[in-house]
Ligand binder design. Structure first.
Ligand code: ADP
Length: 167
């Protein structure tokens, strides 16, 4: 496909850390579009467990050298990040009803900031409907089993992180 005609989608988030719920959304997005850019937000106002570089590294380890799925961090408006990367579509995952209100608000702001961008929602797969990064961190903090929730590299990092803090 000629480069200028590629359909590029951004899947943004804080990915602190990436879970199988995110991976499912990213893979399904890659099935629909030519290229996917996973955008890792630096979100300095949100207190992250992992650094921006760690969060990017985990995702890169998951998708390897995939030509169609790339990972980039950003510290600016999502709409500017999308334009810089020639992406016209922003994909978000939607879990239980509780996500809707916030996602609706985000989508309205994106539309206001740049009406040429379209925000697309993919429904969470049923097995990941209740999976979130914050739940995973809580489970890890108290030594619960993380199998089926996060990939092995993330599981290892979570265990190491909480061992270090002595919990
Ligand atoms: P935020 O920091 O804005 O909550 P996250 O980094 O947690 O965003 O997630 C990024 C995107 O992935 C969001 O669109 C979120 O709705 C989606 N997402 C997170 N967990 C899941 C899941 N289990 N199933 C489907 N989508 C998910």
């Amino acid at each position: 496909m000629m480069k200028g005609f590629e359909r590029i989608a951004i899947v943004p988030g804080s990915f602190d850390p990436i879970t199988y719920g995110h991976i499912d959304i990213i893979e399904r997005t890659a099935y629909i579009f030519d290229r996917v850019i996973v955008g890792v937000a630096s979100n300095p106002e949100k207190k992250a467990l992992f650094t921006l570089d760690e969060r990017v590294k985990f995702i890169k380890e998951v998708f390897g050298e995939s030509e169609r799925i790339s990972v980039k961090s950003y510290n600016k408006l999502l709409t500017d990040f999308a334009v810089e990367n020639n992406a016209k579509i922003i994909v978000r995952g939607l879990r239980a009803v509780s996500d809707f209100e916030r996602e609706f608000q985000i989508a309205q702001f994106i539309r206001k900031l740049n009406p040429t961008l379209e925000v697309l929602f993919l429904m969470s797969s049923p097995e990941y409907m209740y999976l979130s990064s914050s739940a995973v961190k809580e489970i890890a903090e108290f030594g619960g089993c993380l199998k089926g929730l996060v990939p092995a590299n993330v599981e290892k990092a979570l265990i190491a992180r909480f061992r270090k803090t002595g919990r």
